[in-house]
Design a protein. Structure first.
Length: 160
């Protein structure tokens, strides 16, 4: 049975169930466990009803505090947890620049060249993943692996 991952919630343009995605062990993520959505603050009443009807019980909001100031709290039919991958504000965010393996312009890019430790630059380069790359004529897609590491000696560089 084929299930669609696309959901229609009035007010959001991009809502998907993350079920059915391949896992590293050859399985699939399960449906009805995680949904990703854009700008849920724009949901209409019908959109909120669709969200609740789908069984969403918790929203994990990944915005930083500066963004939350423009979206005041309101009564919601679900729990909201704020977890910012980007630090407490814009000045503490991770370097979001990503480079692709083999790009000849990395050596000329001012952001890349501002990173003093070559190992830091290496952590911003996405590596080709041949096993996940798909070649189907016009529908080909090259897969890359790029990890964001939040803490420790291999942490992704942050803006200062």
């Amino acid at each position: 049975m084929h299930r669609t991952r696309d959901l229609t919630w009035d007010g959001c343009l991009n809502v998907r169930d993350l079920g059915g995605l391949p896992t590293e062990d050859g399985g699939e993520t399960r449906f009805d466990a995680v949904v990703r959505a854009d700008s849920i603050g724009r949901l209409s009443d019908a959109g909120w009803a669709a969200l609740a009807g789908y069984g969403v019980r918790r929203i994990v909001d990944l915005r930083w505090r500066d963004e939350l100031e423009g979206d005041p709290p309101r009564a919601l039919p679900v729990e909201v947890v704020h977890v910012s991958l980007f630090g407490t504000n814009l000045s503490h965010r991770l370097v979001t620049q990503c480079y692709f393996e083999g790009d000849p312009f990395i050596a000329h890019d001012p952001i890349a060249q501002s990173i003093p430790d070559p190992r830091g630059l290496e952590r911003l380069i996405a590596r080709v993943n041949v096993s996940k790359t798909e070649t189907h004529g016009d529908d080909s897609a090259v897969a890359y692996d790029w990890d964001i590491v939040l803490r420790g000696s291999r942490a992704t560089p942050r803006e200062s």
